[in-house]
Each structure stands twice: as structure tokens, then as C-alpha cells.
Design a protein around this ligand. Sequence first.
Ligand SMILES: Nc1nc2[nH]c(SCCc3ccc(S(N)(=O)=O)cc3)nc2c(=O)[nH]1
Length: 278
Amino acid sequence: MQLQSGHKTLDLSTPQVMGILNVTPDSFSDGGNFSNIDNALIQATKMVEQGATIIDIGGESTRPGAADVATQEELDRVLPVIEKISQQLDCWISIDTSKASVMTEAVKAGANIINDVRALQEQGALEAAVAAQVPVCLMHMQGAPRSMQTAPHYENLLGDVESFLLGRAETCINAGIKRDNIILDLGFGFGKQLKHNFELLAATKQFVDLGYPLLTGVSRKSMFGHLLNRDINERLAGSLAGALIAIQQGSQIIRVHDVAETVDIIKVLQQVSAFNKK
Ligand SMILES: Nc1nc2[nH]c(SCCc3ccc(S(N)(=O)=O)cc3)nc2c(=O)[nH]1
């Protein structure tokens, strides 16, 4: 299994690490350290050197309670960084956005994947993704960032998430997105209580078996904060445990803050898997 974007190919037969590059002032856990282009390039370079093959660039914070960001503000944050990374680094770039115009401009500037936490449901987003003809990640979210963690509730968690994701995939394919360009994502922390996040993590293989690449984003999320009583920058062990569990069940792309450590656990897993295949 592989992804194509322009002349680039990404081999999904081995787990790929997506490094998180927040270019938002209030970003979820980097405290907006990379508020300017040079800092962003330094951080992206470090993550690629550590083994990240995709850099995920987000100009809108979608952590719980986050306010909406104006389109021009989001464009101003992400475009210069995408251009610089696209020129200077040999890696894939994903744009973490829900806005149609940001998708279009980001791909023009060099982004290879559209990563939309709202699964192309915003006005014009589906059309923009069809026109861009690059891989897209469709993520499950219940509600919206501002309110999603108020009281998440599911009658049938796994069924709800599966039918949402398959429904969005079908809509995208009918609109003209190639099936091989669709990536799915369970949306950890997006309208989920602790128990929902862990039930989804436990069921990762069920979603891998749907036949689309699966992206997992558990890095430093509250599921580990609540379970382990750890602050946001003390969640490495939980994040690595979550990554390993997802990869063992077949998730092909892991979205993380801590690239070097995640690359290490993948190497350990591959060393063991080599024996299991013999
Ligand atoms: N495909 C994909 N893209 C993503 N972009 C983000 S930004 C993180 C927003 C956030 C922060 C913290 C919590 S919490 N309350 O669980 O700690 C939730 C959401 N995440 C993901 C993800 O997973 N997939």
C-alpha cells in the first residue's frame, strides 16, 4: 500500500511518522515556540532528521475550546512555512486545515496531503480537495472544537465512528477523490471521553480492516493526562504506548510531537515482527 502526491510516493507497508508543526500562537503543546518561519524550518528539519517523513502544518488550533481563526490569518501563518519547507526539505507536507481556500493555496505552495479534522464538511472544502487531487485525511469529530468536550456521548461508539468515516469516504469518492487518496482517522480527543478514546484505540484493527490507510493521533492527548495524571509535557510514555498499540494493529501513519522516540519504538517493533514472520 502506498500514497502518491505529484511525483512523490510514500510507502505505507512500513509505519510513517508525521511530525507535528504547530504555527499557531496558542498551539496545543509547543507554546507557540515556532511563531516565525525560521524557527518552524529549524523544527521541521530536526523532525525530518529524526525520521519523520511527513510534516503536519496547522495554522488553526483545534484543541478543545479553541476559537475559530480568520482565513487570512491562517493563510499568513501556514503559507510561508509550507513554501520554505517544500523548498528546503525532502519530506511530505500535510496541511491541517478545514478551510477550502487554505487547502487550495497550501497545495499550490507545496503541501502533499490535506489533513482535515472536519472531514471536508465545511463550505467548499470537498470541491477544493477534489481539485487539488492529493491524498486527504478524513477524521472523526463529534461536535466542534469549541464545545466537543462538554459532554461527549455515544449510543454505539464504534458503529457511529465507522459509519461516519465510511460515509465521508463514499461522499469523497463520489465527488471525484480517488479511493487510494483517502486516509481515515479516529479523531482521538475530538468529542470523546477517556473511555471512548481507549475503546477506539483498542478497536484500531477493526478500522484498519476497512481497507483505507489509518492515521493515529494520540500524542500528548488528555486520554493519557487523565489516565496517568500527567501534565501536557509529561505524556511521552503514554503517547509511545498508544503509538505502539496502534501500529501493532496496523495503523500506517502516526501523528506525533516526539519523532525520535516514536521512530525508536517502531524500530523495536520491526525487529520483533521480523521474527514473527519467519
Ligand atoms: N488527522 C489528525 N489531525 C489532527 N490535528 C490535531 S490537533 C490536536 C487538537 C487536540 C488537542 C488536544 C486534545 S485532548 N483534549 O484530547 O488532549 C484534543 C484535540 N489532532 C489531530 C488528529 O488526531 N488527527
